[in-house]
Design a protein around this ligand. Structure first.
Ligand code: FMN
Length: 173
């Protein structure tokens, strides 16, 4: 199973209004739980997903910088909200509004991560897609070492022009 062998198509799968796509990972981002809707949307069998890296559903249209922001937040103990385009096994894609949180043991030790994905607003996707395209273009224009910085710079410039923080902006969409 290698997502890099999948040819992305233009076929979109739409989340239903009341769907929740849930997955849990260990501290490295290896999937240890997925609810039936996570399995359904991914197009994989549950046993293919369990033990796989969460990036098995990473879509090539997603900027690296967004994942850098996710991991910086959750490793630091914070939650993260955002829009993500995910890749299905058959090459189709689906947009989600994701909330990722660290999971702590009763002793307060971080033991993994938990994510809930909800049906995103269509109007928000149009806006965020244009932003991700700009971020990805900037990442591709530079070398791999500077790609994340380039993507973040594009996002920072857009946020500065709105006068909002990342989270305020995301919730304003
Ligand atoms: C709980 C959790 C849920 C995640 N959900 C997604 C997701 O839905 N789609 C996605 O592309 N990455 C998701 N990620 C981020 C991936 O771990 C990974 O960073 C991302 O796919 C980019 O792959 P890369 O880090 O190998 O470049 C999630 C991470 C965690 C910890």
């Amino acid at each position: 199973m290698n997502r890099l062998n999948i040819r992305p198509t233009n076929k979109e799968r739409l989340m239903r209004e009341n769907d929740f796509i849930v997955s849990k990972t260990d501290l490295r981002g290896v999937i240890i739980y997925g609810n039936p809707i996570f399995v359904e949307f991914s197009g994989y069998d549950e046993n293919e997903l369990l033990g796989a890296a969460q990036n098995v559903i990473r879509h090539p249209d997603m900027p690296r910088a967004l994942f850098y922001l996710i991991w910086t937040a959750i490793k630091g103990g914070s939650e993260f909200f955002g829009y993500v385009k995910n890749l299905c096994k058959d090459g189709s894609f689906y947009w989600v509004f994701i909330h990722i949180t660290p999971e702590f043991s009763p002793e307060g030790i971080k033991i993994g991560y938990y994510s809930v994905r909800r049906c995103p607003k269509r109007s928000a996707i149009e806006k965020i897609e244009a932003i991700y395209e700009k971020m990805l273009a900037a990442e591709k224009e530079t070398n791999i070492e500077n790609a994340i910085d380039a993507g973040i710079q594009v996002l920072t410039n857009i946020l500065n022009s709105t006068g909002r923080s990342y989270e305020d902006f995301i919730f304003s969409l």
